[in-house]
Design a protein around this ligand. Structure first.
Ligand code: FAD
Length: 630
């Protein structure tokens, strides 16, 4: 093997989305020499695509809002399977993180009296999403990057080198983590442009690689979402939780086929959009589940009144949590009441004036005009469910983001627990800021605790990982000649059709059988050409990760014999309280297969349970868990 460039850092952050950048800022502010590695261009992460906003109970639009209401909404949204400590920290700290973003230079939309404006979103009791039109993620990334530049300027003033304490490695993919005994020691990466390897020696690594959506055919996610962080964690010996819970956002574009899956922000419904079927019926009133009956309007008149008088009316059912709306749309289409292109109608033109739509939803207006030749100020959109977000991820300590392997941390979409079985819209951007910061601090504290006992990186391990990463060029002893693009398409179709929005045992089993075959064929992938910018090779490496995380999703999905949040079983259609306190934990066996074990959740602290009515808790918890409460 040729000589590999070796670099040394205290903390490496893999991923330059909101979670990664906030983590890196924290680690650097705590005095740690920090590297940010991103396989996409700097500034191109999923965070930049976030439209609707960042949830934080600042109470700017309705002063009844506070962290306790936000905590309650988050737990309800996740069907009480959430890691309650994460949900508590998130609800308490999100407002400070939004304020902090303003000190970094974020310019949020304003209320008439000059406060940060907040909009309604599904499952949130009060208007709670701080936003910048429907381009909130762009502002979030812009200001976090700006903060990094300002830190680099400080470093230049102190050392004469902008990159002395924080450096960005863009278009650089991490393929493996290395360990010294049980502790993380570094990571192997390659430059996407040249294909050349580089190795990072570092005692602490923060995974902030986002989600896994590219394993599904219809998705709002872009090419980077291949579950790399999930797979890196598994291969390093860490565990994943909640992998059966995948969020299918109710509203993706369904037409034309080339853009199927692209997101239609929930803000359209938050700002007054209504869903109708091909018969013109506003069907969501038929789909309000018992657990939400008290909070949602049962007539169109009441739902319409809510937009102008939220205190005295219940919310429209279009603003139920995403899992409920996605299932309802799926049922309408299946019952033959869908649109010509297999979706339902979403109309905002009958409620808002054209100029208001263009001001509040500029990206949606542009997106539909450009991609589908639909003017949303005059006509309805056609929408249907799209794979959007993974609730499952690396099992972490809520306070520090530490995974079960020493030196490994995770934050953002690639970590698990915070959102339980279903995430509320807007709760991801706040999650990134709250837990990005915590993981940065956790990693810095871990490095401090090591003193001079830093783990060493083994050259042998690096060479093994480097050889593995180029195996698809044919020097890895493969006999076959599988094409990564073909395998990827088969994987996406399998996950879409068999482990998608509605699941049943036979189909999940069929998916598992197919995944086994795909995994074996994955070993035989061969790519043409050489290592200079070679997309086939990049996909071959991503495929290894997607296959592993897809196995986690399918294996956990077959075991959870109930329906909850982002896991709907046709053969077990109801929620079962005996499953609420159970987590399914995925680990990697030595033979490369995934093992899934049941683990009991830590019981919710009493003072947090006191925030709910006993009647409501009785819908989710077992009688034994609630003891004397009911
Ligand atoms: P990302 O922002 O995706 O960043 C992941 C980073 O990891 C990228 O830099 C990527 O290049 C890098 N990476 C991945 N693998 C590797 C590797 N092997 N090596 C090196 N780098 C790697 N949430 C909300 O709260 N509000 C919204 O309004 C909202 N709107 C959304 C709209 C869309 C269209 C989408 C897709 C999502 C939306 N979400 C929203 C969800 C939210 O945007 C994401 O969950 C969140 O941005 C994830 O942030 P992250 O930092 O965890 O990951």
């Amino acid at each position: 093997m040729t000589e590999i460039e070796q670099l040394s850092y205290d903390v490496i952050v893999i991923g330059a989305g909101g979670a990664g950048l906030r983590a890196a800022i924290e680690a650097r502010e705590q005095g740690k020499k920090t590297a940010i590695i991103s396989k996409s261009l700097f500034g191109k992460a999923h965070t930049v695509m976030a439209e609707g906003g960042c949830a934080a109970s600042m109470g700017n639009v309705n002063d009844k809002d506070n962290w306790m209401v936000h905590f309650g909404d988050t737990m309800r949204g996740g069907k009480f399977l959430n890691n309650w400590r994460m949900a508590e920290l998130h609800a308490k700290e999100a407002p400070d993180r939004v304020w902090e973003l303003e000190t970094y230079g974020a310019v949020f939309d304003r209320t008439p009296d000059g406060k940060i404006s907040q909009r309604n979103f599904g499952g949130h009791t009060y208007p709670r999403l701080a936003h910048v039109g429907d381009r909130t993620g762009l502002e979030l990334i812009r200001t976090l990057q700006q903060k990094i530049v300002s830190l680099q300027q400080e470093d230049f003033a102190a050392t004469g080198d902008y990159e002395a304490r924080i450096k960005v490695f863009a278009e650089c993919t991490v393929t493996d983590l290395t360990k010294d005994g049980d502790r993380i020691s570094g990571a192997l990466a390659y430059w996407r442009e040249s294909g050349r390897h580089l190795v990072f020696e570092a005692p602490a690594i923060i995974l902030a690689t986002g989600g896994i959506g590219k394993s599904f055919k219809v998705t709002s996610n872009s090419w980077e979402y291949t579950g790399d962080g999930h797979a890196l964690a598994l291969r390093a010996g860490a565990s994943l939780i909640n992998m059966e819970f995948i969020q299918f956002h109710p509203t993706g574009m369904v037409w034309p086929p080339s853009v199927k899956g692209i997101l239609v922000t929930e803000s359209v419904r938050g700002d007054g959009g209504v869903l109708t079927n091909s018969e013109g019926k506003r069907f969501m009133f038929d789909y309000i589940p018992d657990v939400f009956k008290a909070q949602y309007a049962t007539t169109e008149e009441e739902a319409d009144r809510w937009y102008t008088d939220a205190d005295n009316n219940r919310r429209p059912p279009e603003l139920l949590p995403r899992d409920e709306v996605a299932r309802a749309i799926n049922s309408e289409v299946k019952a033959g009441r869908g649109t010509p292109h297999g979706g339902v109608y979403l109309d905002v033109s009958s409620r808002l004036k054209a100029e208001v739509i263009i001001k509040k939803l500029p990206s949606m207006h542009h997106q539909f005009k450009e991609l589908a030749d639909v003017d949303i100020t005059k006509e309805p959109m056609e929408v249907g469910p799209t794979c959007h977000y993974v609730m499952g991820g690396v099992e972490v300590d809520p306070d520090t983001g530490a995974a079960s392997v020493d030196g490994l941390f995770a934050a953002g979409e690639c970590s698990g627990g915070m959102h339980g079985s279903n995430r509320l819209g807007g709760n991801s951007l706040s999650d990134l800021l709250v837990f990005g910061r915590r993981a940065g601090a956790g990693a810095a504290a871990y490095v401090d605790s090591l003193g001079s006992q830093r783990p060493a990186i083994s050259d042998d391990d690096v060479q093994v990982a480097a050889r593995r990463s180029v195996a698809a060029f044919g020097d890895g002893g493969q006999e076959g000649s599988e094409n990564p693009y073909t395998l990827h398409q088969e994987l996406q179709q399998t996950m879409n059709d068999l482990v998608g929005i509605i699941r049943k045992e036979e189909e999940i089993q069929e998916a598992l059988d197919k995944l086994e075959g795909l995994k074996a064929r994955g070993e035989q992938v061969v790519v043409e050409g050489h290592r200079q910018f070679n997309p086939g090779w990049h996909l071959a490496l991503d495929l290894r990760n997607m296959l592993l995380v897809s196995e986690c999703v399918a294996k956990a999905a077959i075991l959870r014999t109930e329906s909850r949040g982002g896991h709907t079983r046709d053969d077990y259609p109801t929620m079962d309280a005996e499953w609420r306190h159970v987590l399914l934990v995925c680990t990697l066996n030595a033979d490369g297969t995934i093992d899934v074990e049941r683990q009991e959740q830590i019981p919710v602290r009493n003072d947090l349970l006191d925030l709910f009515e006993s009647d409501e808790l009785g819908k989710y918890f077992t009688t034994a868990e609630l003891g004397g409460r009911i």
